[in-house]
Ligand binder design. Structure first.
Ligand SMILES: CC(C)(COP(=O)(O)OP(=O)(O)OC[C@H]1O[C@@H](n2cnc3c(N)ncnc32)[C@H](O)[C@@H]1OP(=O)(O)O)[C@@H](O)C(=O)NCCC(=O)NCCS
Length: 475
């Protein structure tokens, strides 16, 4: 299915600004700002895109390759590794050759090799065609030196090979010309013998050899979803069951709980709800290996969603799942310089009376009480814990940037503040809320009376505002 919206919202550059509300306009401006921030951060960096064959057949494919061409033209060093497994299977099937596998690895018989080469280059050429349409140059090359796998557990792997070396010098020469190198799933021995090498392996070796800052693994399925995979205790997917970001440790735990994605046929390659897909787990395993080998961020994406790569790259809304090893996000103490940003986030909520009005001076005065959720240097949520005496803390000023709601930021800020309250020896935390009582109730808070507040806070309670009091006992 193509993820294209039949009635898409106007694009920030579509020239339809006059029809849009000021809100839509300011979020468009924010998006452009964010794009510039990421552009300056990643400009000149190398990114490897491993793109599976089924994506090549999707109506969104031309848009995807054009986006990659655009990235290459604007200073990014784009390397493409096309996966061709399904196409190779189908070409071999047409010629009456049945593929045998050992685990996930095809045993490429010598007489099948010409057909494998034909299929691999056919898929690589599809990329070349799309990139040409994006007015960028690409080179399909012999960038991989391979050696045969030989005999594995008594089985002759024949023309199945493994990466011996990635020719970084040649790839860098191509990249320095603003061109896109394409690495088909074929490698050559120093003696000139060709081998079929898994594209996962090429993508991993290329990412590490080229010191790529990102590896994109792009397939044609929905990816990791709650309900279909067992997640470790405490791991929470975002709204809709989507996994948006995870650490290598979480990826490792998910793999361990779901059978590592090894062995047996993939009963759920289509990613339907129900059983875990071996393919999805295999991609997660690849992402984990890449992170452990030094790639900062690996993005697992559905290539059928138009614009997904650009969104993932240029905004921290993201469209896929990201496995990251660097400082991507953190809850940290508020700094003075953050005050304008949190006021900007709180202003619409204060105007609607959802949050009590605060001025910069009020926040500055109690700066030590505030924390912010920082994603890639931009603040997306905030909150405060005020010590009200008598063993009680008040959680206040909880707000999430509207572009990031339902991704778990609010819940994580609350968790952080509750932990802080425990560490400070508080026995109870409470919150005064007009509109979010259901949310706090879902987080374990229970409705409470004004009389339960510390005496001074009970006196300053605004009886006209009629906020509900929700409290959490910490013992
Ligand atoms: C309440 C708020 C902080 C939630 O932030 P968030 O980062 O979106 O929260 P999470 O992602 O952790 O949780 C989202 C879930 O809570 C639900 N939710 C969000 N706001 C809710 C509300 N006011 N009442 C009930 N449920 C709510 C969402 O539907 C979502 O449910 P799902 O996980 O089943 O899909 C945010 O909506 C906000 O800034 N609200 C305005 C300020 C406010 O009311 N602050 C509290 C008073 S101090």
């Amino acid at each position: 299915m193509n993820g294209k919206n039949p009635d898409p919202a106007p694009h920030p550059f579509s020239g339809r600004e006059a029809e849009r509300s000021p809100d839509a306009l300011s979020s468009g401006v924010d998006l452009v700002r964010e794009a510039f921030r990421y552009q300056s951060r990643f400009d000149g960096s190398t990114m490897v895109f491993k793109i599976d064959f089924p994506v090549t057949e999707d109506p969104a494919f031309p848009y995807l390759v054009r986006d990659l061409a655009l990235l290459a033209r604007t200073g990014f060093r784009v390397v493409i590794v096309p996966g061709a497994k399904e196409w190779i299977d189908s070409v071999l099937g047409e010629y009456g050759i049945v593929s045998r596998y050992m685990g996930n690895t095809r045993i490429t018989a010598s007489d099948a090799m010409p057909f494998v080469e034909m299929a691999a280059f056919h898929v690589a050429t599809r990329f070349m065609t799309g990139i040409s349409a994006g007015r960028t140059d690409a080179v399909i090359g012999n960038f991989v030196r391979a050696r045969g796998l030989g005999i594995v557990d008594g089985t002759d792997m024949e023309r199945t090979g493994t990466v011996d070396k990635i020719f970084t010098g040649s790839i860098n020469t191509v990249l320095s010309q603003g061109m896109i190198p394409i690495l088909p799933c074929i490698g050559w021995s120093p003696a000139g013998k060709s081998y079929n090498v898994p594209s996962d392996e090429i993508a991993l070796a290329a990412s590490t050899a080229l010191k790529a800052i990102k590896l994109f693994v792009i397939s044609a399925h929905e990816g990791l979803r709650a309900g279909q995979y067992i997640f470790p205790p405490g791991f929470e997917a975002a709204s809709g069951g989507r996994v948006r970001r995870l650490t290598p440790q979480e990826a490792e735990n998910i793999l361990a709980l779901n059978g590592e994605g090894k062995g047996g046929p993939d009963k759920n390659a289509a990613g339907e709800k129900g059983a875990p897909s071996r393919k999805v787990l295999g991609e997660l395993a690849l992402a984990l290996k890449a992170c452990r080998a030094g790639v900062d961020r690996v993005h697992l994406m559905d290539g059928r969603e138009e614009g997904a790569v650009l969104l993932e790259l240029f905004s921290n809304l993201g469209a896929g799942a990201m496995i990251y090893t660097d400082e991507y996000e953190a809850i940290r103490d508020l700094r003075s310089g953050d005050i304008p940003d949190i006021l900007r986030m709180m202003e619409p909520l204060m105007q609607q009376g959802i949050l009590v009005r605060r001025r910069a001076e009020d926040i500055q005065e109690r700066r030590g009480d505030y924390v912010v959720f920082d994603i890639d240097g931009k603040i997306h949520a905030c909150g405060a814990l005020h010590d009200r005496g008598e063993g009680q803390g008040e959680i206040a000023a909880i707000a999430t940037d509207p572009s990031c709601t339902d991704t778990g930021l609010g819940r994580r800020i609350i968790g952080y503040l509750v932990d802080r309250a425990k560490k400070r020896g508080m026995k109870r935390v409470f919150v005064l809320t007009t509109r979010a009582h259901d949310w706090f109730e879902a987080l374990g808070f229970r409705e409470s009376a004004v009389e339960s507040l510390p005496a001074e806070r009970s006196r300053s309670y605004d009886r006209n505002r009629k906020s509900k009091i929700f409290a959490l006992e910490l013992n």
